[in-house]
Design a protein around this ligand. Structure first.
Ligand code: OFO
Length: 171
């Protein structure tokens, strides 16, 4: 049976992953409508991954005798100033998610729930990949500048950046 505090922490994390999925879906839709198909594809896939992170938690909570709660979500932003703006927000979001995951790990240790602690290590490792990818993208954007030609090249090359990260062991 799951300890109540751990169950609450995991349900909070379910919400966080759902919010991530929804936020990236909103960014993807903006990029799609704004004529950035590479970025849209990247963000649609990222949104799917976040949903997978949420589902993994839902399954774990229910399998351990708790109840996973499906949260209501508020509408994410629909307009973004630029690709730079999107990826700055994405990076900040991922840093926040890492902090949230560390809080869950803290709760597991305080409550001596070593099984959940072990389960959460997958998320700890995943955040290292995600933060690193977000920083790589931001660095690339800084180098390219903001003119239309640069944004065209960025959008064209972004799917490849994800593929090369995945080859390096990312999800
Ligand atoms: Fe769920 O990994 Fe990003 O937020």
């Amino acid at each position: 049976m799951l300890n109540k505090k751990v169950e609450k922490a995991l349900n909070d994390q379910i919400r966080t992953e759902a919010e991530s999925s929804q936020t990236y879906l909103a960014m993807a839709s903006w990029a799609d409508a704004a004529g950035f198909p590479g970025t849209a594809g990247f963000l649609f896939a990222h949104s799917d991954e976040e949903r997978m992170h949420m589902l993994k938690l839902i399954k774990f909570v229910n399998d351990r005798g708790g109840q996973a709660i499906i949260p209501a979500l508020s509408q994410p932003a629909k307009d973004y100033k630029s690709l730079q703006n999107v990826f700055r927000l994405l990076n900040e979001h991922e840093e926040r998610v890492t902090a949230e995951i560390h809080k869950v790990v803290d709760t597991c240790l305080r409550e001596k729930d070593y099984t959940t602690h072990n389960f959460m290590q997958w998320y700890v490792a995943e955040q290292i990949e995600e933060e690193s990818l977000a920083r790589t993208i931001l660095d690339k954007l800084k180098l390219l500048g903001t003119d239309n030609g640069a944004m065209y090249l960025f959008d064209r090359d972004l799917p490849g950046l994800r593929a090369s990260q995945a080859d390096g062991g990312g999800e």
